[in-house]
Design a protein around this ligand. Structure first.
Ligand SMILES: Cc1cc2nc3c(=O)[nH]c(=O)nc-3n(C[C@H](O)[C@H](O)[C@H](O)COP(=O)(O)OP(=O)(O)OC[C@H]3O[C@@H](n4cnc5c(N)ncnc54)[C@H](O)[C@@H]3O)c2cc1C
Length: 382
């Protein structure tokens, strides 16, 4: 019997647990245990908009960043129907693409054309539109400040919480065990192997769990775990980048084929229920007078004007929001690695059987399936 522990049950841990258990459901030879310090959807994933900026991202064809995006987009097309079929749950999945409104010529139209040609070779469709062509095709958008638009037919948006819950339910039905009352605090090593982890229960009790392999998918909490168990290398530093968002009800029904509309880093996300999400601000932690980050880095404090600015911009390009009612607002944190690019998918320094699969910053929902594939490849190579 092989025992694999997954530390952290956000979208990364949950999709990994599902994919891993799908290889050999309810196998008597494999025990998969997912441990979290709290019930699901309370951390980053619970705040996400689920927009998948994949084909439309300016990532080079040979880069790791693009390959992760491509693999995730591919897998989502089968994963969502599979999870729906296995659980009977609904997972809202917007397949109407992403429309990006460009308000400057950075990047230049030439660069977009080059990207479109590159994506075509990879079987992804990007249409570069003049603002007149975009106005014809998307008459409900105000294109006053738009120079050009890029429509990506193959990018998607998924509602993160129903997806997370379905992945957990499906994984559970395939034999995965979930423990939502265990803060992973430290590890027990035997030379270059991790042999166990210590959990702190909400009661304060400490418990030890033996294991054969550990995958750390604890978002912002991953650094503390990894730095405790690593026997060498530089400490990992993950900071939180705050995002605020709104949930709105427009006065009139929205066109059901509306894509995700994005401008100046602000997404308007039409939902199948007829309401709309608008988000999100990107608010960094404070630094210590420009002399580098404070250690440990405090979380950012939400900008009190953040939501007003978000709404003011969103209304300029999507006028249906003009008289919309605000149903709710929320904020959440994105786990961002310091001094390196997101995500961090690599073994914990000095250990052969512990992997970091974390710090996905702004794209954890998008990158979850590809991250799971990479983690499974690593397990197979053990
Ligand atoms: C406002 C906002 C909008 C976003 N929009 C998008 C978007 O449109 N598209 C997109 O792809 N991404 C988006 N993101 C980013 C996305 O939410 C994250 O990248 C993703 O959720 C990270 O998933 P995760 O599983 O790594 O982390 P989390 O969801 O944070 O899960 C980590 C889990 O680990 C647990 N944990 C932590 N420490 C420990 C410990 N010591 N022991 C046990 N458990 C522990 C936590 O309780 C938590 O449940 C957005 C984020 C925000 C805040």
């Amino acid at each position: 019997m092989t025992k694999i522990a997954i530390a952290g049950c956000g979208i990364i841990g949950a999709i990994l647990a599902y994919e891993l258990s799908s290889l050999d459901p309810n196998s008597p030879d494999l025990e998969i245990l997912v441990i979290d310090r709290q019930p699901p959807a309370r951390a980053s994933t619970g705040a996400a908009l689920g927009v998948m900026m994949g084909a439309i991202s300016l990532k080079k064809a040979k880069s790791r960043a693009w390959k992760l995006r491509r693999d995730s987009l591919d897998r989502y097309e089968t994963l969502i129907p599979e999870l729906i079929a296995k659980t009977g749950r609904s997972i809202p999945y917007n397949r109407h693409g992403i429309l990006k409104l460009c308000t400057s010529l950075k990047p230049t139209l030439e660069k977009w054309q080059t990207l479109a040609a590159e994506r075509r070779e990879q079987n992804f469709q990007l249409d570069i539109l003049t603002s007149e062509a975009a106005a014809d095709r998307f008459p409900y958008i105000n294109l006053d400040q738009t120079i050009a638009a890029v429509y990506s037919a193959d990018d998607r948006q998924v509602e993160p919480v129903p997806l997370l819950e379905a992945a957990i339910a499906a994984a559970r039905s395939q034999g995965v065990q979930f423990d939502f009352d265990g803060r992973v605090e430290s590890g027990l090593t035997d030379s270059d192997r991790l042999v166990g982890i210590r959990l702190r229960r909400s009661s304060g009790a400490i418990e030890t769990v033996d294991l054969d392999a550990l995958i750390i998918t604890a978002g912002a909490g991953s650094a503390a775990i990894a730095n405790d168990i690593a026997s060498e290398g530089e400490p990992l530093n993950i900071v939180n980048v705050l995002g605020q968002a709104l949930h709105l009800r427009p006065k009139s029904p929205i066109d059901p084929s509306t894509p995700i509309i994005t401008r100046d880093d602000i997404h308007v996300v039409p939902r199948s229920s007829g309401t709309i999400w608008v988000g999100a601000t990107v608010e960094f932690p404070p630094d210590d007078d420009g002399n580098g980050l404070i250690d440990p880095t405090p979380d950012p404090i939400p900008d009190p004007q953040g939501l007003d600015r978000l709404m003011a911009t969103a209304k300029t390009f999507y006028p249906a929001l003009e008289d919309a009612d605000v149903i709710s607002t929320w904020q959440g944190m994105r786990p961002r690695p310091v001094g390196r690019s997101a995500p961090v998918i690599e073994p914990v320094a000095g250990l052969t059987n512990a992997l970091l699969a974390t710090a996905h910053y702004r794209n954890g929902v998008l990158l979850a399936p590809a991250t799971a594939q990479r983690a499974i490849d690593w397990l197979h190579a053990l």
